[in-house]
Structures are given as C-alpha cells and as structure tokens.
Design a protein around this ligand. Sequence first.
Ligand SMILES: [Fe+2]
Length: 250
Amino acid sequence: MKRALISDIHANLEALKAVLADIRNQGVSDVYCLGDVIGYGPNPCECLDEVIKLCPVTILGNHDQAALFDPDGFNPVALQAVYWTREQLEAANGTPAQINKRWDFLGELPRTHQEGDFLFVHGSAREPTNEYVFPEDVYNQRKMEALFSRVDKYCFQGHTHIPGVFTMDREFLTPEDLGGQYRLGDERVMINVGSVGQPRDNDSRACYAIIEDNTLTYRRVEYNVDTTAEKIYDIPDLDNMLGDRLRSGR
Ligand SMILES: [Fe+2]
C-alpha cells in the first residue's frame, strides 16, 4: 500500500493542487491528511472540498478546531485569520448543503487515528491537537521521553511545518540529512511530514511524504507562490505577512 501523507494545507489551494497532481503521478492508493486544512490562507472552502473528496482519513488540526470553537493561544494575526476563515465558511462559496457538509466534516474530525503500527496526529502523541514538537526539543530529554512513552511504533505528525524524523536517540533528521528517504525499522520514531501550504524550513516548495512498505519518502513540489501571496494581499483581514512568509518558506 502506497500512501501519501499531507498536512498543514492552510487554505493554500495552489499548493494543494500542485501536491495532488504530484500524488497522482506517484501511483498512491490513499491520501491521509494530518490537519490544519484551513487557517491563514485565502481558499478555505475550496481546500476543504478537495480534502473531503479525497482523504479517507483527516485529523483535526488546531486551526480546524479554531473555526469551530473559541480559539485559544492564537496570536493577533492568526486570530484575525481565524475569524475571516469562519466568515468564509458561514457565508461564501456554495449551496446550503455544501456549507453544511463542510461544517459537519470539521465537526467530526478525529484527534488521532491508529492503524496497526501507525499513529496519526496533528501535534503530538501526548496532546494530539495542540502540542508542538520542534527540532530543538531533542535537547529536552523529559519531553522526548514523555512523547515517546505514548508512541507504540511510528507516530506521524505535522503542526510545526518543519519536516523531519525524531529518533529515540534524541536526534532530529531533516529530509536533507536523510537524502529524502527514511527506512522505518524496529526503533520507535516520530515523523513530521512537513507542510503543504506554509512550509517553515526555508524552502518555499510544498512538502508532503509518501509511505510505502516501511519506506518514507519526502517530496517537495513547486507551485505558484506569487498567486497565493497576491490573493492574501488582496484580503484585508489576512495580514500581508502571511503572503510574505510563503515566499521565504518561514
Ligand atoms: Fe499548521
């Protein structure tokens, strides 16, 4: 079974479409989404529709949750984007049935999904929706031990928008360190699949991962960043910084 893992689309339709086109060329059987379909970007409804259509498994992200409930822990720029996103979901783009379908989908998203050795979360195995696991956390022995104590084998996550593999030896291996591929073995690992719509590892290309027979492959896909950035600049409620950061991949 060849499965694509996408995460943190953040309402970036150009990045999502480019990734889906790449996925189609890889002969993938299933696409799983690890959350944050919406938030920050200009096309929340369209991105939701794609994910609803395509992904048999989608995990609840903190930005997806923020559209449903009172947002907690968001900075002013992110918060303003949450409120704008809600307005789009409530009012724009579609028939009442389509609008309801999107809300129902968001309201029913699970916080975790386990399939054999594979655990899927948005943030971490400990706090599936909200906890960040950053590369520098490898220096925090207590945190790493606490996280790994909740991982039976392989935990796939997103949320930081920084792709890479956390090992039990408290190493963080970037896709570059790995030559783009990692072979899952006996050791437990936490794997961040990166972000489709707002990468933060200084590479503006959309990021996702493919898993097949215990081999993980990171993929980077070019898309028209300028188109997405311009859409953001045209929406007063989305801070220009959200467009700028797509260009720099930060
Ligand atoms: Fe995110």
